[in-house]
Design a protein around this ligand. Structure first.
Ligand code: PMP
Length: 396
């Protein structure tokens, strides 16, 4: 059965990691992958996580199966974080939340469930988007198309084109939106633009699927959920995938959630029953450890404050690297205006570096970036930023 199997293409980003790991240069820098590193180039284990883990290990809990949708403690913690503790949606029982295997797992179970609800829909993702969005929805059986998003000229959002496109979509189409810290461009919508997107979604009877993988990395936990606040107030029904991979630095624990906003408490009960069937046939029920850690941090006033402080530390360090890179490029006589790097939000920047320049960074300097010119600012630190600025200035 395997004789005719062809080699699948390598994942563009994880493939980059493999090449990086094989590189023997000590000065090498990996700006490709979307992971937060601290100033020592290490993935941090947050203090709040460490404290919650210590307590959990000492309690030595049994490792029975979790409920199919995860525990109420975790799911309620997620809901309060993404919708706000005093959300009317929560009080009205209009949100169904299930723990999922990271943000990716949330997108997967959301996509599978949507395929049952809207089997003939087309899914629209931003141009460009996180490359796994297309693959995930295609794997669920949907045709995937794009709506205009990034404007290379302004390095921001071409909102007029995005809006014009949304106004032409067939009713019942699914629109995937990035809540904040757009991956890969770092260009986000503002509140007024979100209000216009919501109006278009209502007008055309579209279904929004909001992906929030970076809550807290732009301006703060509350500030970064502006899109969700506006959607919540709109009365629409929508899907949200969320992830603690970045905000809790728990990448490999696979901790995320799918939340579905329904019209009524009664709808929620029926939707949850169907979502559980999707989960049951995918992986049965989620793992225990990561979700338990997040739930206990969110439930403890002290640990929650510690986590928020640590998250702010990550956010501010990335900002400092953005400013630092722009200043250092200018100091090296680079004529091109890179100030957009400071305006872009979250971990990434679409630098405008060409595929050929990215290739030179790799070949001559051992600096790895995505061929589209996307770099992860969270991989810069006070030790490598001068080297990276030298290299970028040279290839420009
Ligand atoms: N959505 C976006 C936009 C992402 O950038 C990522 C992570 N790179 C994910 C979802 C998936 O997150 P997770 O690692 O939690 O599956």
């Amino acid at each position: 059965i395997f004789a005719a199997v062809e080699m699948a293409p390598r994942d563009p980003i994880l493939g980059l990691n493999e090449s990086f790991n094989a590189d023997t240069r000590t000065t090498k820098v990996n700006l490709g992958v979307g992971v937060y590193f601290d100033d020592n180039g290490k993935i941090p284990l947050l203090g709040a996580v460490r404290a919650a883990e210590k307590t959990r290990l000492e309690a030595a809990p049994p490792r029975g199966y979790q409920p199919i949708e995860g525990t109420p403690a975790y799911n309620q913690g997620v809901q309060k974080l993404i919708f706000g503790a005093d959300s009317a949606l929560l009080a009205d029982g209009r949100v169904v939340t299930a723990q999922a295997l990271g943000g990716t797992g949330a997108l997967k179970i959301g996509a599978d469930y949507l395929k049952q609800l809207l089997p003939n829909a087309t899914v629209y993702i931003s141009d460009p988007s996180w490359e796994n969005h297309r693959a995930l929805f295609e794997a669920a059986g949907f045709p995937v198309a794009t709506y205009p998003y990034y404007d290379a000229a302004t390095r921001g959002v071409d909102f007029a084109a995005m809006k014009a496109c949304l106004a032409t979509l067939t009713p019942g189409s699914i629109v995937l939106l990035h809540a904040c810290c757009h991956n890969p461009t770092g260009a986000d919508l503002d509140a007024a633009q979100w209000a216009e997107v919501i109006a278009a979604i209502r007008e055309r009877n579209l279904v929004a699927f909001i992906d929030m993988a970076y809550q807290g990395f732009a301006d703060g936990i509350t500030e970064d959920k502006v899109a969700l606040d506006l959607f919540a107030a709109s009365g629409l029904q929508f899907f949200v995938s969320s992830s603690f991979s970045k905000s809790f630095s728990l990448y490999g624990e696979r901790v995320g959630a799918l939340s579905i906003v329904t019209a009524t408490r009664d709808e929620s009960a029926r939707v949850l029953s169907q979502l559980k069937r999707v989960i049951r046939t995918n992986y049965s029920n989620p793992p225990t450890h990561g979700g338990a850690i997040v739930a206990s941090v969110l439930a403890s006033t002290e640990l929650r404050q510690q986590w928020e402080d640590e998250l702010a530390g990550m956010r501010l360090r990335i900002r400092a690297m953005r400013t630092g890179l722009v200043d250092k490029l200018a100091a090296r006589g680079v004529a091109q205006d890179f100030s957009f790097v400071v305006r872009q939000r979250g971990m990434f920047s679409y630098t405008g570096l060409s595929a050929a320049q990215v290739e030179r960074l790799k070949a001559e300097y051992g600096i790895y970036a995505v061929s589209t010119g996307r770099i992860c600012l969270a991989a810069l630190n006070t030790k490598n930023i001068d080297y990276v600025a030298d290299a970028i200035a040279a290839v420009l």
